[in-house]
Design a binder for this molecule. Structure first.
Ligand SMILES: [Zn+2]
Ligand SMILES: [Zn+2]
Length: 284
């Protein structure tokens, strides 16, 4: 059984449509794939419709949350949420709030750039981004306009926190995210908690607190985790009785990692989905 529990489609910042992503998952020999676009379930229906015989889809989402860093300051954290009921009112309201805020934030950043004379059209950026607007869309617009040579340069020079064009966002507090997803019948896995190249790290004490609040697992085998960090996380998962997952965090051609390059142990997978009561996994 080959299981990849973390992928992105064009419903957020991936480059495959949900149907293309499913086709790639099947071609890569996966038995199970989870679709986990940022803060949206918009790709679920297309992914289900595209399922070939024998491939199982886990419907999920990657939530933008806020936790506490090792240095005692707030830090952005990603939380994978699987198999929750999308109609649960409290959680649906929170997703709508996040979506609206993403759009407004990208507009505000684009307007700051335009006001400074940069060749960025806020309406065009938003039109290209849809409901999952984020800094990557702005970065690509800056590259297309010739302001910077690469998306990475855009992030470093123009889009970094504390920079001239950076606008804050108010993501869901981690504990609230775990409680909301659990109440909606879903299960939560903290995503790439030791991804150092993304910046400051989440305090491990936060994961202990989340376990007490219902957290189901920790994503450990991730392209951004080194061997030492994986060992630390395995120890913590054992101590707390949490499931462990491995996943590619596939983004199509936006990243170099291949779908299925990192996978989840079938025993851990069964343990994880056994706790969910929101929606079922779907097998084609
Ligand atoms: Zn992430
Ligand atoms: Zn991701």
């Amino acid at each position: 059984m080959r299981i990849d529990l973390h992928t992105h489609s064009t419903a957020s910042d991936g480059t495959d449509t949900p149907a293309e992503l499913i086709a790639h998952a099947a071609a890569a020999g996966l038995d199970v794939v989870a679709l986990t676009d940022h803060d949206t379930t918009a790709g679920w229906t297309e992914a289900v419709a595209a399922l070939p015989a024998g491939l199982t889809l886990v419907r999920g989402m990657e939530m933008s949350c806020q936790g506490m860093g090792e240095d005692g300051r707030p830090v952005p954290v990603h939380m994978l949420a699987y198999l929750f009921d999308p109609a649960d009112a409290a959680f649906a309201d929170e997703r709508e709030r996040l979506r609206a805020e993403r759009v407004q934030r990208v507009r505000s950043m684009a307007e700051l750039m335009a006001a400074d004379g940069l060749p960025v059209d806020p309406d065009a950026v938003l039109a290209s981004a849809g409901s999952a607007a984020g800094r990557p869309h702005l970065a690509r617009a800056l590259v297309a306009a010739g302001v910077v040579p690469t998306v990475n340069d855009a992030f470093i020079e123009l889009l970094a926190p504390g920079g001239r064009y950076y606008v804050e966002k108010s993501d869901t507090p981690l504990r609230q995210a775990v409680e909301m997803v659990t109440a909606a019948g879903g299960v939560t896995v903290v995503a790439h908690p030791r991804a150092r190249k993304r910046g400051r790290l989440l305090a491990l004490s936060e994961i202990r607190d989340l376990a007490a609040a219902g957290l189901a697992g920790i994503e450990i085998d991730h392209p951004d985790h080194n061997a030492d960090d994986r060992a630390v996380l395995h120890e913590l998962a054992t101590e707390l009785g949490l499931c462990t997952t491995g996943s590619s965090d596939y983004h199509g051609s936006n990243k170099t990692v291949r779908i299925g390059e990192f996978t989840t142990d079938p025993v851990e997978f069964e343990k994880l989905i056994g706790k969910a009561t929101g929606v079922e996994v779907v097998t084609g």
